[in-house]
Write a protein that binds this ligand. Structure first.
Ligand code: DC
Length: 235
């Protein structure tokens, strides 16, 4: 069977990227972090002064989009792919709290989504890709062979994110992290265009009680079963 497309969607801080990277590694597929692309656009708008404290002029953002070039490049030493914005490695800069605060507003803009979705579709056109985000199974690859939808309890998500931020030296309380995750979920689920929703044919993985290895094994089982059933249908 030729290489398939695996779409992973879900709420913020549900472990989507951890799972997507592990699967891509195991299957020797390309991994695309679509959230990194929305973060890179947000960073560009902040750097150019067009986005300040959550405020922007819609038309200015649209006009600026032609000057945004986003690519991923594999870093052999780190063993992972990194995000480049207009030729510059921004992998670290796009992971700040400030970007997390502002990215949902920018990702709600239709023209931003149109541009990024078309790049994402090109990246996955040949199959052999694992892509994670919010609209991968619903909009970017509605025909993906495997669609996973990740969920986890609110407290465990906040705790995981809190630990991540602590490691980066960010000083937020657990309650603040909880609030920030809830705010982002709310914006991502309630935006007009391509809101976060589970595709009808997605398989839900609740990883509240699972560690990384258990989650990986469960996902691989789902993928293998799906591939087997596709092979049976094709013969
Ligand atoms: O996955 P992440 O937390 O890095 O994503 C950052 C933001 O980008 C998220 O809050 C919503 C937006 N996003 C989106 O709208 N569609 C995607 N496919 C991926 C991310």
């Amino acid at each position: 069977m030729s290489e398939i497309t695996i779409a992973i969607d879900g709420y913020s801080s549900c472990g989507k990227s951890t799972l997507a990277k592990a699967l891509a590694n195991h299957l020797n597929y390309i991994y695309v972090d679509s959230g990194a692309m929305y973060r890179a656009v947000t960073l560009h708008l902040m750097n150019t002064g067009l986005l300040k404290d959550g405020h922007f002029i819609h038309q200015q953002v649209i006009d600026e989009l032609s000057r945004v070039d986003i690519r991923f490049q594999y870093n052999k030493e780190q063993g992972k792919s990194e995000t480049y914005l207009n030729g510059e490695n921004v992998e670290k800069d796009i992971r700040t709290l400030e970007i997390s605060r502002q990215v949902s507003a920018i990702s709600a803009i239709k023209e931003v989504r149109d541009k990024l979705v078309s790049i994402q579709q090109e990246m996955g056109a040949q199959g052999g890709v694992v892509m994670d985000g919010r609209d991968i199974g619903t909009v970017v690859f509605p025909n993906a062979e495997v669609k996973l939808f990740m969920v986890a309890g609110k407290t465990i998500r906040a705790k995981r994110r809190y630990m991540e931020l602590k490691e980066k030296g960010e000083n937020l309380t657990l309650e603040e992290v909880k609030k920030s995750i809830a705010r982002r979920d709310n914006l991502d689920m309630n935006r007009e265009i391509s809101p976060l929703q589970k595709a009808q044919d997605a398989v839900e993985i609740d990883n509240t009680e699972l560690d990384e290895k258990e989650q990986f094994e469960l996902a691989l089982k789902i993928i293998n079963e799906k591939v087997r059933s596709l092979q049976t249908t094709n013969t």
